[in-house]
Design a protein around this ligand. Structure first.
Ligand SMILES: Nc1ncnc2c1ncn2[C@@H]1O[C@H](COP(=O)(O)OP(=O)(O)OP(=O)(O)O)[C@@H](O)[C@H]1O
Length: 267
């Protein structure tokens, strides 16, 4: 395994020898160990069923580890690290259809006991950051898929999380929208000083976004490579045309191809 992109500072997330076995007997994650530092943009990349989502859910505290340990900022996930430290964006935007864009974004603050008036400046600020200021009063049915995803991202960052977990958030979107949202996520990552873990099936998306790609294999789900991606931020418009980018894509593709069994390649 290659050396990952680390700077030697204290890790924000420490995953040690983690196993996850579901009640069905399936080992979704086997002996996973990983340190993720504050401020990194890390992608989990791998074929279907390699345990990417399971790993993300365990880091979020949405699923228990069967063995091993995970700490986020020194605490067990979902415990005293506090709900505001970690935010999750799913593939489906999961908006409340009966509520306006403003109210959808306000939701986590409302659940935290903040009044509408108190929350309004912060909600308006994040709506501006995702380019939806003019749509605060709109309802989800009036929005495109990309706009719904922006609302979902705004709702995630409105609590000012330190860690943003994203589970294939753009898989259902067209390529143009996806490229635009990729840039928006990178901008938000930098502006908010976030640490991001981004689950994707796409080599190209993982290399474009990340300074580190963790490659996983299935049966059982496990980490097989950990690749540092060179290239500065913000990504230049022509980053996808650079040698740095194409070389990284080749390295990551090779690592991914080695995870695929004959069954996967034949369809
Ligand atoms: N709640 C569950 N109960 C039982 N098995 C599960 C559950 N969730 C996931 N699995 C199984 O665990 C394995 C890993 O699933 P997981 O969703 O974490 O993989 P993934 O890499 O995210 O896949 P995909 O890219 O298809 O979303 C798969 O074999 C899956 O069928």
């Amino acid at each position: 395994m290659r050396a990952a992109a680390t700077t030697g500072s204290q890790p924000l997330i420490e995953i040690k020898n983690v196993y996850k076995q579901y009640g069905t007997g399936i080992v979704a994650v086997s002996d996973m160990s990983l340190s993720i530092e504050d401020g990194q943009f890390v992608s989990f990349l791998g074929p279907s069923g390699c345990g990417k989502s399971t790993a993300l859910r365990m880091i979020a505290g949405l699923s228990e580890v069967s063995a091993g340990s995970i700490t986020v900022n020194g605490h067990a996930p979902g415990s005293s690290s506090g709900p505001q430290d970690v935010a999750f964006v799913f593939q489906e935007p999961t908006l409340m259809p009966w509520a306006s864009v403003f109210d959808n974004v306000y939701l986590p603050l409302r659940l935290g006991g903040m009044s509408r008036a108190q929350a309004a400046p912060r909600v308006e600020e994040v709506l501006a950051q995702v380019g939806l200021s003019k749509f605060a009063k709109a309802y989800p049915r009036e929005l495109s898929g990309g706009m719904k995803m922006r609302v979902s991202i705004a709702r995630a960052i409105v609590t000012k999380p330190r860690l943003l977990l994203m589970d294939e958030p753009f898989a259902a979107l067209d390529e143009m929208t996806r490229f635009k949202l990729n840039n928006d996520v990178l901008r938000l990552w930098q502006e908010h000083g976030l640490t991001v873990i981004f689950v994707t099936h796409s080599v190209y998306e993982s290399v474009y976004l990340s300074n580190r790609v963790v490659v996983m294999a299935a049966r059982p789900g496990r980490v097989v490579d950990d690749i540092a991606i060179p290239g500065s931020y913000p990504r230049a418009d022509n980053f996808r045309a650079t040698r740095e980018y194409t070389e990284s894509c080749e390295i990551v593709s090779d690592a991914l191809n080695q995870t695929l069994g004959n069954d996967d390649i034949n369809h």
